[in-house]
Design a protein. Structure first.
Length: 137
């Protein structure tokens, strides 16, 4: 098409995505997914806050059979707790530190992040499960 318009079946590439491979029409999206409602925002805020707590080594796979949501949010289960709140279960790996104070620090960090992000009214119970321990490096 000479007028600057592309064919309807032509693959479109945006500046943030690589050019399509010859013979394909799939588009690769490289921008982060959009965070939608309070459930999603709480999950992201909680994970970010938890990973910043000293003594947390990272995310860990949940114990088989105990995670309620699977891969929707890696490292956190988010469930409706009541009409307006969401309960969180964080699945973390910890360094070799006292775990009860670490869990309290994670809960405090998550609550602070929820307040900072305007989600305090949406946050319900926060459970912390240390699924793995890692030695100090």
């Amino acid at each position: 098409m000479a007028d600057g318009q592309s064919r309807p079946d032509a693959a479109q590439a945006s500046p943030s995505s690589p050019a399509p491979v010859e013979g394909t029409s799939a588009r690769v999206e490289t921008s982060p997914p959009r965070v939608q409602g309070p459930r999603d925002r709480l999950a992201h805020a909680a994970l970010d806050a938890a990973l910043r707590v000293e003594g947390v080594a990272g995310l860990a796979a949940p114990t088989p059979g105990l995670s309620s949501l699977g891969p929707l949010f890696a490292g956190v289960d988010v469930v409706a707790q009541d009409r307006d709140r969401y309960g969180l279960t964080l699945h973390l790996a910890a360094r070799l530190v006292p775990l009860l104070p670490l869990a309290d620090a994670v809960r405090d960090a998550v609550a602070s992040a929820a307040r900072r992000d305007g989600l305090a009214d949406d946050l319900g119970r926060v459970d912390v499960r240390f699924e793995a321990l890692e030695a100090q490096r």
